[in-house]
Design a protein around this ligand. Structure first.
Ligand code: SAH
Length: 358
Protein backbone atom coordinates (compact mmCIF):
# COMPACT_ATOMS: atom_id res chain seq x y z
CA UNK A 1 0.00 0.00 0.00
CA UNK A 2 1.16 3.52 -0.75
CA UNK A 3 2.54 5.38 2.30
CA UNK A 4 0.01 7.86 3.68
CA UNK A 5 2.50 10.77 3.37
CA UNK A 6 2.61 10.15 -0.41
CA UNK A 7 -1.18 10.12 -0.64
CA UNK A 8 -1.28 13.40 1.28
CA UNK A 9 1.29 15.00 -1.04
CA UNK A 10 -0.76 13.88 -4.05
CA UNK A 11 -3.89 15.44 -2.58
CA UNK A 12 -2.09 18.76 -2.05
CA UNK A 13 -0.42 18.63 -5.48
CA UNK A 14 -3.86 18.06 -7.02
CA UNK A 15 -6.09 20.34 -4.89
CA UNK A 16 -3.55 23.00 -3.92
CA UNK A 17 -2.75 23.86 -0.28
CA UNK A 18 -5.31 22.45 2.19
CA UNK A 19 -6.64 24.00 5.41
CA UNK A 20 -5.16 22.97 8.76
CA UNK A 21 -8.60 21.52 9.49
CA UNK A 22 -8.47 19.21 6.48
CA UNK A 23 -4.86 18.33 7.22
CA UNK A 24 -5.78 17.35 10.79
CA UNK A 25 -8.82 15.46 9.62
CA UNK A 26 -6.93 13.39 7.01
CA UNK A 27 -4.00 12.68 9.35
CA UNK A 28 -6.15 11.77 12.35
CA UNK A 29 -8.32 9.37 10.40
CA UNK A 30 -5.17 7.57 9.22
CA UNK A 31 -3.58 7.74 12.68
CA UNK A 32 -6.47 6.31 14.70
CA UNK A 33 -7.44 3.72 12.09
CA UNK A 34 -4.03 2.07 12.09
CA UNK A 35 -3.00 1.71 15.75
CA UNK A 36 -3.75 1.67 19.44
CA UNK A 37 -2.11 5.00 20.36
CA UNK A 38 -2.47 4.70 24.15
CA UNK A 39 -0.21 3.71 26.99
CA UNK A 40 3.49 3.40 27.64
CA UNK A 41 4.18 1.70 24.30
CA UNK A 42 1.98 4.14 22.38
CA UNK A 43 2.11 7.91 21.93
CA UNK A 44 0.17 9.26 24.93
CA UNK A 45 -1.42 8.18 28.22
CA UNK A 46 -4.85 9.30 29.41
CA UNK A 47 -6.41 9.56 32.87
CA UNK A 48 -8.36 6.26 32.75
CA UNK A 49 -5.14 4.48 31.76
CA UNK A 50 -3.42 5.93 34.84
CA UNK A 51 -5.89 4.68 37.44
CA UNK A 52 -9.21 2.87 37.86
CA UNK A 53 -10.18 5.61 40.35
CA UNK A 54 -10.88 8.03 37.49
CA UNK A 55 -13.60 5.90 35.85
CA UNK A 56 -15.06 4.70 39.15
CA UNK A 57 -15.61 8.24 40.44
CA UNK A 58 -17.18 9.31 37.16
CA UNK A 59 -19.45 6.26 37.33
CA UNK A 60 -20.64 7.26 40.82
CA UNK A 61 -21.17 10.85 39.64
CA UNK A 62 -23.32 9.58 36.76
CA UNK A 63 -25.33 7.35 39.11
CA UNK A 64 -26.16 10.33 41.33
CA UNK A 65 -27.53 12.10 38.30
CA UNK A 66 -29.43 9.06 37.01
CA UNK A 67 -31.03 8.70 40.44
CA UNK A 68 -31.88 12.43 40.58
CA UNK A 69 -33.43 12.16 37.09
CA UNK A 70 -35.88 9.57 38.46
CA UNK A 71 -33.97 6.53 37.18
CA UNK A 72 -35.23 6.67 33.56
CA UNK A 73 -35.37 3.42 31.56
CA UNK A 74 -34.14 3.04 28.90
CA UNK A 75 -31.10 5.21 29.49
CA UNK A 76 -28.43 5.72 26.84
CA UNK A 77 -24.98 5.60 28.39
CA UNK A 78 -22.76 7.12 25.70
CA UNK A 79 -19.01 7.57 25.43
CA UNK A 80 -17.36 9.63 22.71
CA UNK A 81 -13.94 8.31 21.68
CA UNK A 82 -13.62 5.48 24.23
CA UNK A 83 -9.98 4.56 23.45
CA UNK A 84 -9.26 1.15 24.98
CA UNK A 85 -12.62 1.04 26.76
CA UNK A 86 -10.94 1.42 30.15
CA UNK A 87 -12.99 4.39 31.35
CA UNK A 88 -16.24 2.65 30.37
CA UNK A 89 -15.19 -0.61 32.06
CA UNK A 90 -14.28 1.15 35.34
CA UNK A 91 -17.40 3.30 35.19
CA UNK A 92 -19.71 0.31 34.60
CA UNK A 93 -18.23 -1.48 37.62
CA UNK A 94 -19.10 1.53 39.78
CA UNK A 95 -22.72 1.60 38.54
CA UNK A 96 -23.33 -1.57 40.59
CA UNK A 97 -24.22 0.78 43.48
CA UNK A 98 -27.60 1.08 41.72
CA UNK A 99 -28.35 -2.47 40.49
CA UNK A 100 -31.42 -1.30 38.53
CA UNK A 101 -29.14 0.64 36.22
CA UNK A 102 -27.96 -2.47 34.38
CA UNK A 103 -31.48 -3.33 33.28
CA UNK A 104 -32.18 0.26 32.23
CA UNK A 105 -28.98 1.07 30.39
CA UNK A 106 -27.74 0.43 26.89
CA UNK A 107 -24.09 1.35 26.25
CA UNK A 108 -23.22 3.35 23.11
CA UNK A 109 -19.62 3.76 22.01
CA UNK A 110 -19.02 6.46 19.41
CA UNK A 111 -15.79 5.34 17.78
CA UNK A 112 -14.51 5.51 14.21
CA UNK A 113 -11.36 3.40 14.58
CA UNK A 114 -11.83 -0.33 13.83
CA UNK A 115 -8.66 -1.13 15.81
CA UNK A 116 -9.97 0.61 18.92
CA UNK A 117 -13.48 -0.82 18.54
CA UNK A 118 -11.87 -4.23 18.92
CA UNK A 119 -10.04 -3.15 22.06
CA UNK A 120 -13.29 -1.80 23.49
CA UNK A 121 -15.16 -5.01 22.68
CA UNK A 122 -12.48 -7.00 24.52
CA UNK A 123 -12.54 -4.67 27.54
CA UNK A 124 -16.33 -4.60 27.87
CA UNK A 125 -17.55 -8.04 26.74
CA UNK A 126 -17.64 -9.37 30.31
CA UNK A 127 -19.56 -6.37 31.69
CA UNK A 128 -22.95 -7.90 30.92
CA UNK A 129 -24.24 -4.60 29.49
CA UNK A 130 -25.76 -4.34 26.03
CA UNK A 131 -23.05 -2.76 23.82
CA UNK A 132 -23.50 -0.78 20.59
CA UNK A 133 -21.00 1.01 18.35
CA UNK A 134 -21.67 4.08 16.22
CA UNK A 135 -19.63 6.36 13.96
CA UNK A 136 -21.32 9.55 15.17
CA UNK A 137 -23.37 10.86 18.08
CA UNK A 138 -26.41 11.44 15.83
CA UNK A 139 -26.58 7.68 15.25
CA UNK A 140 -27.21 6.90 18.94
CA UNK A 141 -30.92 6.07 19.38
CA UNK A 142 -33.09 8.59 21.21
CA UNK A 143 -33.80 8.38 24.94
CA UNK A 144 -32.42 10.00 28.12
CA UNK A 145 -28.65 10.31 27.86
CA UNK A 146 -25.70 10.05 30.21
CA UNK A 147 -22.58 10.89 28.22
CA UNK A 148 -18.88 11.09 28.94
CA UNK A 149 -16.04 12.28 26.69
CA UNK A 150 -12.45 12.23 27.92
CA UNK A 151 -9.74 13.56 25.62
CA UNK A 152 -12.13 13.34 22.66
CA UNK A 153 -12.65 16.95 21.60
CA UNK A 154 -8.91 17.71 21.51
CA UNK A 155 -8.69 15.10 18.75
CA UNK A 156 -11.17 16.87 16.46
CA UNK A 157 -9.83 19.14 13.70
CA UNK A 158 -9.80 22.96 13.97
CA UNK A 159 -9.39 25.78 11.49
CA UNK A 160 -6.60 28.24 12.24
CA UNK A 161 -6.47 31.92 11.26
CA UNK A 162 -3.47 34.21 11.56
CA UNK A 163 -3.85 37.93 12.32
CA UNK A 164 -2.33 39.90 9.42
CA UNK A 165 -2.51 43.49 8.17
CA UNK A 166 -5.30 42.35 5.85
CA UNK A 167 -7.36 40.62 8.56
CA UNK A 168 -7.68 36.98 9.65
CA UNK A 169 -6.05 34.78 6.99
CA UNK A 170 -6.55 31.03 7.11
CA UNK A 171 -3.50 28.88 7.76
CA UNK A 172 -2.90 26.26 5.08
CA UNK A 173 -0.64 23.28 4.58
CA UNK A 174 1.18 23.21 1.24
CA UNK A 175 4.24 21.69 -0.39
CA UNK A 176 7.77 22.95 -0.84
CA UNK A 177 9.11 20.25 -3.12
CA UNK A 178 8.44 17.07 -1.13
CA UNK A 179 8.29 18.90 2.21
CA UNK A 180 5.04 19.94 3.90
CA UNK A 181 5.02 23.60 4.94
CA UNK A 182 2.55 26.03 6.52
CA UNK A 183 1.24 28.89 4.41
CA UNK A 184 -1.60 31.40 4.41
CA UNK A 185 -4.61 32.00 2.21
CA UNK A 186 -3.98 35.43 0.71
CA UNK A 187 -7.56 36.69 1.09
CA UNK A 188 -8.73 37.32 4.67
CA UNK A 189 -11.71 35.42 6.08
CA UNK A 190 -14.84 37.54 6.36
CA UNK A 191 -16.97 37.61 9.50
CA UNK A 192 -14.25 37.11 12.12
CA UNK A 193 -13.86 40.81 12.95
CA UNK A 194 -10.62 42.75 12.92
CA UNK A 195 -7.64 41.28 14.71
CA UNK A 196 -6.18 43.40 17.51
CA UNK A 197 -2.61 42.12 17.51
CA UNK A 198 -0.62 41.00 14.49
CA UNK A 199 0.63 37.42 14.81
CA UNK A 200 -2.29 36.22 16.96
CA UNK A 201 -3.73 32.83 15.99
CA UNK A 202 -7.47 32.19 16.26
CA UNK A 203 -8.57 28.56 16.38
CA UNK A 204 -12.06 27.69 15.21
CA UNK A 205 -13.20 24.23 16.39
CA UNK A 206 -16.08 23.74 13.95
CA UNK A 207 -16.31 19.98 14.54
CA UNK A 208 -16.42 20.36 18.34
CA UNK A 209 -19.05 23.08 18.07
CA UNK A 210 -21.16 20.73 15.93
CA UNK A 211 -20.81 17.95 18.52
CA UNK A 212 -21.83 20.32 21.35
CA UNK A 213 -24.81 21.56 19.32
CA UNK A 214 -26.01 18.01 18.64
CA UNK A 215 -25.45 17.07 22.28
CA UNK A 216 -27.46 20.09 23.49
CA UNK A 217 -30.29 19.26 21.09
CA UNK A 218 -30.49 15.68 22.38
CA UNK A 219 -30.29 16.69 26.04
CA UNK A 220 -33.06 19.21 25.54
CA UNK A 221 -35.20 16.70 23.68
CA UNK A 222 -34.71 13.57 25.79
CA UNK A 223 -33.12 14.79 29.04
CA UNK A 224 -29.80 13.90 30.56
CA UNK A 225 -26.29 15.04 31.32
CA UNK A 226 -22.85 15.01 29.71
CA UNK A 227 -19.39 15.29 31.20
CA UNK A 228 -16.56 16.66 29.06
CA UNK A 229 -12.96 16.35 30.27
CA UNK A 230 -9.97 17.57 28.31
CA UNK A 231 -6.93 19.76 28.36
CA UNK A 232 -7.70 23.33 27.57
CA UNK A 233 -8.62 26.78 28.75
CA UNK A 234 -11.45 29.24 29.23
CA UNK A 235 -11.32 31.51 26.15
CA UNK A 236 -11.25 33.73 24.34
CA UNK A 237 -7.51 33.33 23.93
CA UNK A 238 -5.29 33.56 20.90
CA UNK A 239 -2.48 31.16 20.20
CA UNK A 240 -1.38 28.24 18.08
CA UNK A 241 -2.07 25.15 20.20
CA UNK A 242 -1.65 22.57 17.44
CA UNK A 243 0.68 19.90 18.72
CA UNK A 244 1.90 16.48 17.66
CA UNK A 245 2.93 13.70 20.03
CA UNK A 246 4.87 10.59 19.14
CA UNK A 247 6.04 8.13 21.77
CA UNK A 248 5.30 10.74 24.47
CA UNK A 249 7.55 13.37 22.82
CA UNK A 250 6.41 16.54 21.03
CA UNK A 251 7.28 16.48 17.33
CA UNK A 252 6.77 18.86 14.40
CA UNK A 253 3.07 18.56 13.40
CA UNK A 254 4.03 18.40 9.72
CA UNK A 255 6.96 16.00 10.06
CA UNK A 256 5.19 12.64 10.22
CA UNK A 257 1.64 12.93 8.88
CA UNK A 258 -0.63 10.13 10.08
CA UNK A 259 2.10 8.74 12.36
CA UNK A 260 1.84 11.20 15.28
CA UNK A 261 -1.15 12.19 17.40
CA UNK A 262 -2.36 15.67 16.39
CA UNK A 263 -4.37 17.71 18.90
CA UNK A 264 -5.25 21.23 19.96
CA UNK A 265 -6.16 22.65 23.35
CA UNK A 266 -9.89 22.89 23.93
CA UNK A 267 -11.60 26.26 24.45
CA UNK A 268 -14.21 25.37 27.08
CA UNK A 269 -15.87 28.76 26.81
CA UNK A 270 -16.69 28.14 23.15
CA UNK A 271 -17.99 24.65 23.97
CA UNK A 272 -20.20 25.98 26.76
CA UNK A 273 -21.48 28.73 24.47
CA UNK A 274 -22.32 26.17 21.78
CA UNK A 275 -24.20 24.04 24.32
CA UNK A 276 -26.14 27.01 25.71
CA UNK A 277 -26.94 28.23 22.18
CA UNK A 278 -28.29 24.71 21.53
CA UNK A 279 -30.71 25.03 24.46
CA UNK A 280 -28.81 23.19 27.20
CA UNK A 281 -27.48 24.27 30.59
CA UNK A 282 -23.74 24.41 31.34
CA UNK A 283 -22.05 23.63 34.69
CA UNK A 284 -18.45 24.23 35.72
CA UNK A 285 -15.82 24.59 34.71
CA UNK A 286 -13.55 23.05 37.30
CA UNK A 287 -9.98 21.86 37.07
CA UNK A 288 -9.68 18.07 36.94
CA UNK A 289 -7.86 18.17 40.27
CA UNK A 290 -10.63 20.05 42.07
CA UNK A 291 -13.34 17.94 40.42
CA UNK A 292 -11.78 14.59 41.37
CA UNK A 293 -11.15 15.80 44.92
CA UNK A 294 -14.77 16.93 45.22
CA UNK A 295 -15.80 13.43 44.13
CA UNK A 296 -13.66 11.93 46.90
CA UNK A 297 -10.58 10.63 45.08
CA UNK A 298 -8.42 10.97 48.19
CA UNK A 299 -10.72 8.79 50.29
CA UNK A 300 -10.96 6.28 47.43
CA UNK A 301 -7.14 6.10 47.25
CA UNK A 302 -6.96 5.52 51.01
CA UNK A 303 -9.47 2.69 50.86
CA UNK A 304 -7.70 1.03 47.89
CA UNK A 305 -4.38 1.32 49.73
CA UNK A 306 -5.79 -0.43 52.79
CA UNK A 307 -6.00 -3.63 50.72
CA UNK A 308 -2.78 -3.12 48.71
CA UNK A 309 0.80 -4.32 48.90
CA UNK A 310 3.41 -1.60 49.61
CA UNK A 311 4.33 -1.50 45.90
CA UNK A 312 0.67 -1.18 44.88
CA UNK A 313 0.15 1.53 47.51
CA UNK A 314 3.04 3.51 46.04
CA UNK A 315 1.45 3.19 42.57
CA UNK A 316 -1.88 4.44 43.93
CA UNK A 317 -0.19 7.48 45.48
CA UNK A 318 1.62 8.18 42.24
CA UNK A 319 -1.59 7.92 40.20
CA UNK A 320 -3.43 10.19 42.64
CA UNK A 321 -0.68 12.81 42.29
CA UNK A 322 -0.61 12.57 38.52
CA UNK A 323 -4.39 12.94 38.18
CA UNK A 324 -4.80 15.81 40.64
CA UNK A 325 -1.58 17.81 40.99
CA UNK A 326 -0.70 21.07 39.33
CA UNK A 327 2.57 21.57 37.48
CA UNK A 328 4.16 20.04 34.42
CA UNK A 329 3.81 16.37 35.40
CA UNK A 330 0.31 16.68 36.88
CA UNK A 331 -3.00 16.68 35.00
CA UNK A 332 -4.81 18.43 37.86
CA UNK A 333 -4.78 21.96 36.50
CA UNK A 334 -4.28 21.76 32.73
CA UNK A 335 -7.26 19.42 32.41
CA UNK A 336 -10.71 20.96 32.86
CA UNK A 337 -14.20 19.59 33.39
CA UNK A 338 -17.44 20.91 31.91
CA UNK A 339 -20.88 19.40 32.34
CA UNK A 340 -23.87 20.04 30.11
CA UNK A 341 -27.41 19.06 31.06
CA UNK A 342 -30.98 19.57 30.00
CA UNK A 343 -32.54 22.68 31.51
CA UNK A 344 -34.60 20.61 33.96
CA UNK A 345 -31.40 19.78 35.89
CA UNK A 346 -30.63 22.89 37.95
CA UNK A 347 -27.63 21.57 39.82
CA UNK A 348 -25.27 18.63 39.67
CA UNK A 349 -22.68 17.27 42.09
CA UNK A 350 -19.22 18.91 42.22
CA UNK A 351 -19.75 21.52 39.49
CA UNK A 352 -21.35 24.94 40.05
CA UNK A 353 -24.03 26.22 37.66
CA UNK A 354 -22.50 28.37 34.97
CA UNK A 355 -24.07 31.56 33.82
CA UNK A 356 -23.14 32.23 30.24
CA UNK A 357 -24.59 34.14 27.33
CA UNK A 358 -24.69 32.42 23.97
N1 SAH B 1 -11.24 8.56 25.85
C1 SAH B 1 -10.10 7.68 25.73
C2 SAH B 1 -9.30 7.83 24.43
C3 SAH B 1 -8.93 9.21 23.99
S1 SAH B 1 -8.09 9.18 22.44
C4 SAH B 1 -9.22 7.80 26.95
O1 SAH B 1 -9.45 8.70 27.73
O2 SAH B 1 -8.31 6.99 27.11
C5 SAH B 1 -9.36 9.71 21.31
C6 SAH B 1 -10.41 8.67 20.99
O3 SAH B 1 -11.36 9.26 20.09
C7 SAH B 1 -9.94 7.42 20.31
O4 SAH B 1 -10.74 6.36 20.75
C8 SAH B 1 -10.20 7.72 18.84
O5 SAH B 1 -10.25 6.60 18.02
C9 SAH B 1 -11.51 8.44 18.94
N2 SAH B 1 -11.82 9.36 17.84
C10 SAH B 1 -11.01 10.30 17.31
N3 SAH B 1 -11.65 11.03 16.37
C11 SAH B 1 -12.91 10.54 16.33
C12 SAH B 1 -14.08 10.88 15.57
N4 SAH B 1 -14.07 11.87 14.68
N5 SAH B 1 -15.21 10.19 15.81
C13 SAH B 1 -15.25 9.20 16.73
N6 SAH B 1 -14.18 8.82 17.46
C14 SAH B 1 -13.03 9.47 17.26
Amino acid sequence: MKPFADTLREIIAHDGPITVERYMSLCLRQYYATRDPLGRTGDFTTAPEISQMFGELIGLWLMEIWHAMGRPSPCRLVELGPGRGTLMADLLRATQVLPDFKAAATVHLVETSPALRQRQQAALAASGFSLHWHDRLVDVPSGPVLLVANEFLDALPVRQFLATELGWCERLVGLDGERLIFGLRPEPEQGLGNPLRMGDVLEWPAASIDVMGELARRLQQDGGAALILDYGYWGPAYGDTLQALKQHIFVDPLAEPGEADLTTHVDFHRLAQAAVAGGARAHGIATQGDFLKALGIEARATSLKARATPAQAADIDQALARLTERGPTGMGELFKVLAVTDKGIASIPALPALSISS
